[in-house]
Design a protein around this ligand. Structure first.
Ligand code: ADP
Ligand code: ASP
Ligand code: MG
Length: 469
């Protein structure tokens, strides 16, 4: 079999875990399989050290930047000493790490003096998590006697658009990856950085937070892998976030569409665009637990009808804001909706949910919380006179969604959801159902959100059995 296997930050959080991952990969290789490994940054690097260092640089705090770089170096030196026994290989990897950290420190100090942190420089800074991880994993594999070469996403052939922070892969990447990575899988284990790529000028771009899932799927499609495996700290895709409901159970099989809906609606287990390339090429994706390797995890395939279940999972999106646009003048005023959406699109605001009452006197939207300021400013500017009377907003809200292809054409699901919430006195602020009928999503106050998830998880009996056995 030919596999692309991706390891997230929690799977490679330290040297001992990296050693375990290297052994796991070698086990497949020695069993006669071909494997390409994709890795995230070591746990705590992107979100912790790099984000903090970027903030310090923007504030011009050179000494803090230096402290973060020392922390970064120590974390990676410790990992090397636990993951690589061979001294020569360890020295080589240390040398690479030193060069990269030095480069990063120079860039951060440059930002200290400029005081300007652009999306392009944020991508550059956050790319270092993966760029520091890959030489260590590859070195660990080599120290165990199997040939391996580290690559950045760009070196592996991934080219993207220039929208930093959320770049889109270009079609030509597929042929390029096949040419670079394809010939190496026979006799070695190539290790490629997840999450990062390059634009046409060779500038580093990223595929969005959690983007290494996306990289794995891209590379899997390019080299025509038999399966793409995403190794994580959880037992697969579960009926809800196990951090909210510990009784959540693993969904043994789920369709591509359902998995995508789950990730769109906040299930942090998968990058929202991760499986697009796998879908196009019909490659099965498996989500497995790095620390319980025998457990089968979740299989994501094309089949929509793998279970009788109406609802498969409950998800939660945090960090959103609701906007309510109202005014008697909106009734029958043609083009108001178009103007609202164009205004928000021009301001770069991402809309997550839309709902309009049939009276047409108001429209409610849910957007990312980080876009709220510019959303309100642009709407107030666009509607400073005329049909819209008021633009109100609420930052303390969350979106909860019930997802499952079995909901399509199945009556009574909405009644069940809102009946259960009503019984628990949870107030629903806004409701939306996509025309796919694969999900019903609604907005509640932030303080009610986890309770709403628990209530619905119980109501649909999700913790007890798996979706498809
Ligand atoms: P990665 O290694 O790709 O970053 P993680 O190992 O962090 O992935 O695991 C995924 C995380 O997603 C878990 O920490 C878990 O709490 C969260 N999560 C949210 N919703 C779900 C869900 N439905 N199923 C599984 N995990 C979920
Ligand atoms: N390191 C990146 C992040 O934390 C990418 C990833 O983990 O998939 O978002
Ligand atoms: Mg994670």
């Amino acid at each position: 079999m030919r596999y692309v296997m991706k390891f997230g930050g929690t799977s490679i959080a330290d040297g001992k875990k990296i050693r375990h991952v290297a052994q796991l990969l070698i086990g497949y290789k020695e069993g006669g399989d071909q494997v390409v490994a994709i890795t995230s940054a070591l746990g705590g690097v992107t979100d912790g050290i790099l984000t903090n260092a970027a903030e310090a640089s923007q504030k011009g705090k050179v000494s803090q930047v230096k402290e973060f770089m020392a922390e970064l170096a120590k974390k990676h030196y410790d990992a090397i000493s636990d993951a690589i026994d061979n001294e020569r290989i360890a020295d080589e990897v240390i040398e690479t790490i030193d060069i990269r950290i030095d480069e990063l420190e120079k860039a951060l100090i440059g930002i200290c003096y400029l005081g300007e942190l652009t999306p392009r420089s944020i991508d550059y800074i956050s790319s270092y998590g993966e760029r520091l991880a890959v030489p260590i994993i590859s070195g660990s594999i080599r120290s165990m006697g199997i040939d391996s070469k580290p690559f950045t996403g760009g070196e592996a052939g991934i080219n993207t658009t220039e929208n930093y922070g959320n770049a889109r892969p270009l079609k030509k990447s597929y042929a390029q990856i096949k040419e670079v990575v394809g010939p190496l899988v026979e006799n070695s284990i190539p290790v490629v950085t997840g999450f990062i790529a390059e634009d046409k000028n060779g500038i580093i771009t990223t595929l969005g937070r959690g983007g290494s899932d996306f990289t794995a799927s891209l590379i899997g499609a390019a080299i025509q892998a038999d399966e793409i495996w995403l190794w994580k700290e959880v037992h697969g895709i579960m009926t809800t976030d196990p951090k909210i409901v510990p009784e959540a159970s693993t969904i043994s099989q789920i369709s591509y569409i359902e998995a995508m809906e789950l990730s769109y609606f906040g299930a942090k287990v998968l990058h929202p665009r991760a499986i697009e390339p796998a879908i196009i090429h019909g490659i099965p994706v498996r989500v497995k637990n790095t620390f319980d390797t025998q457990f089968p995890g979740t299989l994501i395939v094309a089949d929509q009808n793998c279970s009788e279940e109406v609802a498969k999972a409950v998800t939660l999106i945090r960090n959103v804001a609701a906007i309510n646009i109202c005014g008697a003048g909106m009734v029958g005023a043609i083009g108001t909706a178009a103007k609202i959406f164009t205004t928000l699109a021009n301001a770069g605001v991402n809309i997550i949910m839309i709902s309009q009452s049939s009276s047409e006197a108001n429209m409610s939207l849910v957007i990312e919380q980080s876009h709220l300021k510019r959303a309100i400013k642009s709407l107030e500017h666009a509607f400073n006179e005329g049909v819209v009377g008021e633009v109100a907003y609420d930052e303390d809200v969350c979106v909860v969604a019930v997802v499952g292809a079995g909901m399509d054409g199945s009556p009574g699901v909405a009644g069940k959801i809102f009946g259960a919430l009503g019984k628990e006195k949870i107030n629903v602020i806004m409701i939306s159902q996509g025309s796919s009928q694969h999900n019903i999503s609604f907005v509640v106050k932030e303080e009610d959100a986890e309770e709403a998830v628990k209530v619905l998880h119980r109501e649909f009996g999700l913790g007890k059995k798996n979706g498809c056995n």
